[in-house]
Design a protein around this ligand. Structure first.
Ligand code: CA
Length: 207
């Protein structure tokens, strides 16, 4: 499996280098951008698996970028905020950010949050694939059968000679009655007239 691609959007070179080093050591592939006006083009050109997004940037700020990225991508976005950036977090959530990291960034927390977001993304993708498969299956199952160029066998008319032959060979067989049991004679014998004998007797009588 190829290394996941993380885009680091940060204008402070020292922080950018630190973040990229942490991520590379953990096996990720990184790219960086320090100007807000160039982020959208970069995301469209080489879509990352996750974006680390600073708020204060030259050009477009992190909030505007987040809002704009959400118009064409569901890529996980982790915003980098000030230590007590409650307002930034509220605003970031409204703009479409998924997660937050406070400065100074702790390397263990960074990796934990990145991995967590990537797992969530993978789960969502699997869910989408399954939903698409189920939808396709349902559509195929409900599709009308393809019309045959031949009429169904049961609706085809039989030749007259064959119909007459079949009618002659039909024998009217009365339904099988239940066996009749008469009361015991002299207390020792039971007279049982079977259904078969009744049917035979009835058939022998003139109509
Ligand atoms: Ca900054």
């Amino acid at each position: 499996m190829s290394a996941k691609h993380i885009l680091v959007v940060e204008d402070e070179e020292k922080i950018t280098r630190l973040l990229c080093d942490y991520l590379k050591q953990a096996g990720f592939r990184t790219a960086s951008q320090d100007n807000g006006d160039r982020v959208i083009a970069q995301v469209k050109k080489e879509p990352p698996d996750l974006i680390l997004l600073d708020i204060m940037l030259p050009g477009k700020d992190g909030m505007a970028l987040c809002r704009e990225i959400r118009q064409f991508s569901n890529v996980p976005i982790i915003m980098i905020t000030a230590l007590d950036g409650t307002e930034d977090k509220v605003c970031g959530l409204e703009c479409g950010a998924d997660e937050f990291l406070s400065k100074p960034v702790n390397s263990a927390e960074l990796l934990a949050r990145v991995k967590s977001m990537l797992r969530l993304k993978q789960y969502q993708e699997q869910l989408q694939v399954r939903t698409r498969s189920q939808k396709t299956f349902s559509e195929n199952a409900g599709a009308a059968p393809v019309a045959s160029t031949r009429s169904p066998v049961r609706n085809r008319k039989k030749p007259a000679s064959r119909r007459r032959c079949e009618e002659r060979s039909k024998v009217s067989i009365p339904p099988m009655p239940e066996p009749m049991i008469t009361p015991a004679l002299n207390g020792s014998a039971t007279c049982l007239m079977s259904a078969c004998s009744i049917a035979c007797t009835a058939a022998a009588m003139p109509s």
